[in-house]
Design a binder for this molecule. Structure first.
Ligand code: NZQ
Ligand code: ZN
Length: 387
């Protein structure tokens, strides 16, 4: 396959580094009426919220608190109501992927004519405009700070669905690595695994002879493998945390996706596991990816060998042995971060597999992967191999 034609435009301004929250004063219009959106309160405890409030200077603002992990339509609609009533003109999300994704949905829903759930049902394709929004990142993982995706859940219907639109790029994101020091280690581990799998979903497909994208992806994987364990062991070490933060952003800002095939089956299966059992996003990926690579090894053979050689330095004469070892090293990497990689570790068994397959069926997710060859039957095999 040759490299595909592409267009690339990423309009998000990144402000990176220590003590950069004060830049908010230059980034947000002076006359803005700001709604600050936050999660369950970590940013209050860490002092990040007060720093943000101070940086807003004389601007009028209020805080919307309570966007939960895996943000729900039910919660987000409360913020939409407030914005409609109180006429805020700018939304500033301060938090991790859930706050950022939730804020994107809120920004689009405020302007939407009709039932905003239709934004989700149509995967964001019907978004026509948004209220301006920007972010202060506190958790490196999702890349939401520099991309046009959001993932929204609905409790009532047990849905967790991704949306995408050019309108969903934030105007700016402030990435101050020191604001992530307070993360509990399991969230840091989740973030490393998530960023790692983002790269894999765009890299480990079939060859497109896109040398720049491949080498760039490989640099991100190697950085995560090198810096991940360091930043877990020494959470206050600026250099390794800074490298992790930037790697996580670049892993899903669209650049390495240009001109190449993309997979995303691990994510899609993982989303169903989160909505059904509440397993953290990064953990669902660490369970699914090793067995997906195993089951799809023929279809992904060329790239699996490249991955084995260039990332893990495995060079057996026997190709199958090389692939086995690369998959094993991948699983070991997740386990070394303290993430369990089998369904049984989360008390899930064959019954859960049936439920996950039912969800995939209900959501019409019956032809996944870069070749759309992951049928429900293959998804079941992947899940069985994850037991
Ligand atoms: O809610 P608070 O109290 O703020 O606590 C959060 C939350 O409990 C805490 N936290 C965040 N920053 C902290 C902190 N605790 C201490 N110190 C800090 N500095 O961490 C917990 C998890 O936060 P969350 O935002 O849920 O994590 P993450 O960034 O991993 O986001 C996960 C969500 O993003 C979606 C996932 O599906 C999930 O819903 N994704 C979004 C993507 C995108 N927009 O492109 C792509 C991803 O693949 C992913 O699907
Ligand atoms: Zn992810």
């Amino acid at each position: 396959m040759a490299i595909q034609n592409f267009e690339y435009c990423n309009p998000t301004r990144i402000v990176f580094g220590q003590d950069t929250i004060s830049h908010l004063d230059d980034l947000i219009p002076k006359d803005a009426y700001v709604l600050i959106t936050i999660g369950g309160g970590s940013v209050r405890r860490t002092g990040t919220l007060s720093e943000v409030e101070k940086a807003l200077g004389d601007r009028k603002f209020s805080v919307f608190e309570g966007i939960e992990a895996n943000p729900t339509y039910e919660t987000l609609m409360k913020a939409v109501e407030r914005i409609r009533q109180e006429k805020f003109t700018f939304i500033l999300g301060v938090g991790g992927g859930s706050v950022m994704d939730g804020t994107k949905f809120i920004a689009a829903a405020v302007h939407f004519n009709g039932d905003p759930w239709n934004i989700v049902l149509q995967k964001g394709s019907n978004i026509q405009s948004v209220i301006p929004f920007g972010f202060v990142l506190t958790l490196p993982a999702t890349g939401s700070e520099m991309n046009y995706y959001a993932v929204i859940s609905r409790k009532e219907t047990k849905d967790k669905i991704g949306i995408a639109s050019d309108f969903l790029y934030p105007i700016f994101s402030i990435l101050d690595p020191t604001k992530t020091y307070s993360l509990p280690s399991h969230q840091v581990a989740n973030g490393i695994a998530d960023a790692f799998v983002h790269v894999i979903e765009q890299y480990l497909t079939y060859p497109s002879h896109a040398d720049v994208q491949d080498r760039f992806s490989e640099s991100l994987l190697l950085t995560l493998i090198e810096e991940g364990p360091k930043t877990l062991a020494y959470p206050n070490d600026y250099t390794s945390r800074a490298n992790f933060v930037w790697a996580a952003t670049l892993a899903l800002n669209g650049l390495i996706a240009t001109g190449v095939a993309q997979d995303w089956a691990t994510h899609i299966i993982g989303h169903e596991m989160t909505v059904l059992y509440g397993i953290d996003h990064g953990r669902t990926l660490s369970i699914i990816l090793p067995s997906l690579l195993h089951i799809m090894r023929e279809s992904k053979k060329d790239k699996l060998l490249q991955y084995a050689h260039r990332i893990w330095n495995i060079h057996y004469d026997d190709q199958e042995k090389t692939i086995d070892e690369a998959i094993h090293r991948t699983r070991q990497f997740f386990e070394s971060l303290g993430i369990k990689t089998h369904l049984q570790d989360y008390n899930l068994d064959e019954k859960a597999i049936d439920e996950i397959i039912d969800q995939l069926h209900r959501h019409n997710l019956t032809a996944l992967g870069e070749r759309q060859n992951i049928t429900l039957e293959i998804s079941r095999k992947i899940l069985q191999a994850s037991l």
